[in-house]
Design a protein around this ligand. Structure first.
Ligand code: ADP
Length: 272
């Protein structure tokens, strides 16, 4: 199946002997192609805010005599700079995750803590839009992993649910344990705009946005879901989605359940 890339080297090692070395370069060629694509995408994505900033700087210079205009353009420069900084931050995060061994501190992580932290950080933005976030389900599930990365993953899902939902709706974060599969499932459910069927396969791609103009308004970079996908895979899990345009979306993060209790991993004795 597919194409195999072989690098073949031939050397004469005597009057009637040839040494033939064949090396399978399929995987390294694939990784190299991904890296090249990423660099092209990154340069393209950085050009937009950098170009906007330079244009705005010129405009501010031209409008130096008009304080109202200067203030307005300075405000726009500020939001472009914020966007640029978010983009650089996410590019660094994604590059770090693409390198093997991205999990810095693996320990037993209580899922309730991850959910609490991700929701807390999204609450202000949600409240400003009139969106309520609620958490439910199993509170004492634990997984093995990197606490900070798990919070980053869940936060991306909760932030998206808030960004792509109108005011007055609800976002729910539910935790359950799929015992048979040995997985903890964290589902982020929204009642937002949903995702068209033909875009559903693509949302986990780097820099893909269903509606670039809207994503730009909400400060989106198009990298959030690729970051979530990497974090899930690095934990031996996955992220999947279900969506219906106009009704909402559900993104589910599945991470293998940790069999050890938090007390055991701390080295303290369990009296039960
Ligand atoms: P962004 O930074 O643009 O939000 P993501 O990688 O997080 O990038 O998401 C990719 C695209 O998937 C978004 O631009 C948006 O079009 C779509 N999307 C993600 N989450 C949701 C959601 N909960 N509801 C509707 N659309 C979503």
């Amino acid at each position: 199946r597919g194409t195999v890339l072989l690098q073949v080297r031939v050397a004469a090692i005597g009057p009637d002997h040839l040494l033939v070395l064949a090396e399978d370069r399929t995987e390294s060629a694939r990784v190299e192609a991904i890296r090249r694509d990423f660099v092209v995408n990154v340069s393209h994505e950085l050009k937009t805010p950098v170009g906007a900033l330079s244009l705005l700087a010129e405009t501010v210079q031209d409008a130096a005599d008009d304080p109202v205009a200067v203030r307005r353009f300075a405000g726009r420069m500020q939001s472009e700079a914020t966007r640029l900084s978010a983009l650089v931050h996410e590019i660094i995060e994604l590059s770090r995750l693409q390198v093997a061994g991205a999990l810095q501190e693996v320990r037993v992580v209580p899922v309730g803590d991850v959910v609490g932290e991700a929701i807390d950080r999204a609450r202000t933005t949600a409240a400003a839009k009139g969106i309520t976030i609620t958490a439910g389900g199993t509170q004492d599930a634990t997984v093995y992993g990197d606490h900070n990365l798990l919070v980053t993953a869940l936060r991306n899902l909760v932030d998206n649910a808030v960004s792509y939902s109108p005011g007055g709706t609800r976002v729910g974060v539910g935790v359950s344990i799929a015992e048979g599969a040995g997985l903890v499932e964290i589902a982020v459910v929204d009642q937002g705009i949903g995702i068209a069927p033909d875009a559903q396969d693509r949302v986990f791609e780097r820099f893909y946005r269903v509606d670039p103009a809207r994503s730009r308004d909400t400060g989106g970079t198009g990298l959030g879901l690729s970051i979530v996908k990497h974090i899930a895979a690095d934990h031996g899990g996955e992220v999947t989605m279900w969506s219906e345009p106009g009704r909402g979306s559900t993104f589910t993060l599945r991470i293998p359940v940790a069999r050890t209790s938090v007390a055991d991993s701390d080295g303290s004795t369990d009296n039960e």
